[in-house]
Design a protein around this ligand. Structure first.
Ligand SMILES: [Zn+2]
Length: 256
């Protein structure tokens, strides 16, 4: 049983790597294991002075990190609001939110706070001579439902299960997540871009974290998505990033 599951997963991962749908089809790099040392501060944008490039120089606050595993005991109408740990929203297959949850969204299809933060990030990356484009941000429960059905039909079950969240489990319903591309990188090829390297070095300064790092599908439930960035606020983003380039929200909040 277990072997069957593992094998099915491996085949699924291989298929999705080759399909890379909706994006320019560059398969994920199989050798790119998660590594704290994988981050390369760009050095082109005055980042040398940033405390982020050497986390030990200034330890960010960890006060918002819970000391024990939080319990999600919402039920019924309570599912109309997302699971929240010390102010940080968590929406995933394990922490669903109902169709009733409709946050207010504005610029860039993000909540007012996330949109303002993203505007700052965008200004900064453009100042560094780079460009980012928003591919997708807020999606209602109904829109996620339509997307899921469409991907299932066009890309098949393996791809859809790996890359498209079941309605009620997508961060895009929160208005806190944004899918990005650069002029030369989209989808699985985005992580080859200079914009990606800039985000890896600086995004936390604007409150954003890489939500689904490479090699951590067992933790997040989602395959590597270099394009998907999540707003958590500057303080929490810096605290997450200080624990590792591939630290996940699940690990940070001790949910996994
Ligand atoms: Zn996304």
């Amino acid at each position: 049983m277990l072997v069957g599951v593992v094998r099915r997963w491996a085949i699924s991962a291989l298929a999705t790597g080759l399909l890379a749908a909706g994006c320019s089809a560059v398969p994920p790099q199989p050798g790119s294991a998660p590594s704290v040392a994988a981050v390369r501060p760009s050095g082109q944008t005055g980042s040398a002075a940033s405390p982020v490039s050497s986390p030990s120089a200034q330890a960010p606050s960890e006060s918002l990190r819970p000391s024990t595993k939080p319990v999600d005991d919402r039920s019924g109408k309570q599912l109309g609001h997302p699971f929240t740990v010390n102010g940080m929203v968590v929406v995933s297959a394990k922490h669903k939110v109902s169709a009733a949850y409709r946050p207010s969204v504005g610029a860039y299809g993000l909540t007012p706070a996330a949109g303002k933060a993203f505007a700052g990030l965008k200004r900064a990356i453009e100042k560094a001579g780079l460009r980012l484009y928003v591919v997708s941000s807020y999606r209602s429960h109904a829109a996620q439902q339509a997307l899921y059905a469409s991907k299932l039909a066009s890309m098949g079950r393996a791809y859809t299960q790996k890359y498209v969240a079941v309605p009620g489990t997508s961060e895009h319903q929160t208005g806190l997540a944004v899918d990005l591309r650069s002029p030369g990188g989209r989808g699985t090829s985005f992580d080859n871009s200079r914009e990606w390297r800039w985000l890896r070095a600086h995004a936390q300064n604007y409150g954003f974290v890489l939500r689904y790092p490479d090699g951590l599908t067992k933790v997040t439930g989602i395959g590597f998505e270099p394009w998907h960035w999540r707003y958590v606020g500057v303080e929490q983003a810096k605290a997450i990033r200080a624990l590792g380039a591939n630290m996940t929200i699940e690990q940070y909040l001790r949910l996994a």
